[in-house]
Design a binder for this molecule. Structure first.
Ligand SMILES: [Zn+2]
Length: 149
């Protein structure tokens, strides 16, 4: 399942990326870009009812809270509960993360993580961010659990 989220659904896009879903999101889209992405086979997530009506492959999101937005998508598409693919994608640019090693890791990752979990450090090849497990991630996972994921 590939998604494209309209410009009002940035938070939902991030949460779908956390779950490993390829989700395109931009703060604004050039004219016709959304329809091109839908033509390529992406499921459109939109807060605009008139946009929703233009595409059969779309989901109308009428909720403000990301938890409720996720539940809408889940009720229609049944999102994964398999956590193996979670945190495998860059939350900022949507690229797949790769294993990180070398000097750059040392410079960009806390020492504790570097020494104890070197195998769990990932790297975004596109925007050059590093990712590793931590308390922030634990809190997010707890949130997901509370919401039934
Ligand atoms: Zn990135």
């Amino acid at each position: 399942m590939l998604f494209v989220a309209d410009s009002m659904l940035g938070k939902l896009a991030r949460y779908l990326r956390i779950m490993g879903y390829d989700t395109i999101y931009q703060k604004s889209y050039p004219y016709q870009r959304l329809s091109e992405l839908v033509m390529e086979g992406r499921i459109l997530l939109t807060r605009t009812h008139s946009t929703y009506r233009l595409y059969s492959n779309s989901i109308f999101i009428d909720n403000d809270l990301v938890k409720d937005q996720l539940k809408v998508v889940d009720s229609i598409l049944k999102l994964t509960r398999d956590r193996r693919d979670w945190f495998s994608r860059c939350l900022i640019c949507n690229s797949s993360l790769s294993k990180a090693d070398g000097e750059a890791v040392r410079e960009n990752v806390p020492d504790f993580v570097f020494f104890h979990y070197p195998e769990r450090i990932l790297f975004c090849p596109t925007c050059k961010r590093f990712y590793w497990p931590g308390t922030h991630r634990e809190r997010m996972l707890e949130g997901f659990k509370d919401w039934g994921f």
